[in-house]
Write a protein that binds this ligand. Structure first.
Ligand code: GUN
Length: 301
């Protein structure tokens, strides 16, 4: 058996096209344009790439992009002051502070300083609490992208068991909450779990965000399971730099029913979902009663 490849690039292109069309339509009707502000503190090379890409894709979707770069030694008060100004700026509908922050800055305090209505990462305690209690709220981009791809393969999560490996605030925890909200049976494993292979063997869906190259092996996987690989690991292979996930893709693909590749799986969906979240935040802030963009029939089986 060879698993169906879940084409994140194609899914992301579809989301971006729908966002772009909706932005153009709203602009034609109202003259309004969504704005996304991205804040980068310091010079983390991976963050530099992500931030550039977020700004570029926002512009391609017809949005305004505001990029704020601050030096590594930025005092907390300066960053909080910038966030206060962005919270008050009527041209800015979405605010994202790229993580990780330099060690002297308290990421929790910074995230919670963002207006929940503009928190397009869905990291503010208010949005986290809303999603945790099954209420409509801004959902973190990576788990949202994973859910959208999963819905293509599973019209109904009831009766299915999912294993989420990794319990970060960015991916693992919100992923588990979304699956629970969809009535999936959810197991969350992490670096202190001792029986991950056994847990994986009973899972119809495995989602891994552990940052460990090749962690998930073919012997762990229930035949036909859906495997979503959130890992992005930069390694050296045959003397050359390579990007690999947390799944032993070459072997797992012969057991799984469907699988995301790395690159080209979850990665492209994250920024597409950021654009979708920015559009949603913009619509709420302007009392635009738009049809839901994301989970329409194009995203279901
Ligand atoms: N760093 C890695 N992933 C993310 C993300 O989704 N949002 C932000 N703000 N920083 C990140």
């Amino acid at each position: 058996m060879t698993a169906r490849l879940i084409d994140g690039k194609a899914h992301a292109a579809s989301v971006r096209a729908r966002v772009r069309d909706r932005v153009a339509d709203i602009h034609a009707r109202t003259g309004l344009t969504p704005g996304l502000a991205v804040v980068l503190v310091g010079h983390d090379p991976a963050s530099e790439v992500y931030v550039r890409s977020k700004g570029k894709q926002a512009v391609e979707a017809g949005m305004r992009s505001f990029e704020h770069r601050m030096p590594t030694d930025t005092p907390a008060a300066d960053l909080l002051d910038l966030i206060r100004r962005l919270n008050e700026d009527p041209l800015v509908h979405g605010i994202l502070v790229q993580l990780p922050l330099p060690a002297h800055l308290d990421a929790r305090a910074v995230i919670n300083a963002i207006s929940p209505a503009k928190d397009v990462d869905g990291f503010h305690i208010s949005n986290v609490g809303m999603v945790g209690t099954g209420q409509d709220a801004i959902v973190p981009c990576t788990p949202l992208g994973c859910m959208m791809m999963l819905r293509h393969h599973h019209a109904d999560f009831r009766g299915l068991t999912a294993l989420v490996i990794g319990h970060s605030n960015i991916v693992g925890k919100p992923m588990a909450r979304l699956l629970l909200n969809a009535d999936c049976t959810v197991i969350v494993a992490h670096k202190s779990s001792i029986n991950i292979p056994e847990l994986a063997r009973i899972a119809d869906i495995v989602i891994v965000a552990a940052g460990v190259p090749g962690l998930v092996r073919a012997e762990w996987i229930k035949p036909g399971a859906t495997v979503i690989d959130v890992g992005i690991n930069r390694i050296e292979r045959d003397g050359k730099p390579a990007l690999v996930g947390d799944v032993d893709f070459d072997n797992v693909r012969h057991v799984a029913g469907a699988i995301t590749p790395v690159p080209g799986g979850v990665g492209p969906m994250t920024i597409a979902c950021l654009l979708a979240n920015t559009l949603t935040a913009f619509c709420h802030q302007n009392d635009l009663q738009e049809e839901p963009l994301l989970l329409d029939e194009q995203d279901q089986t």
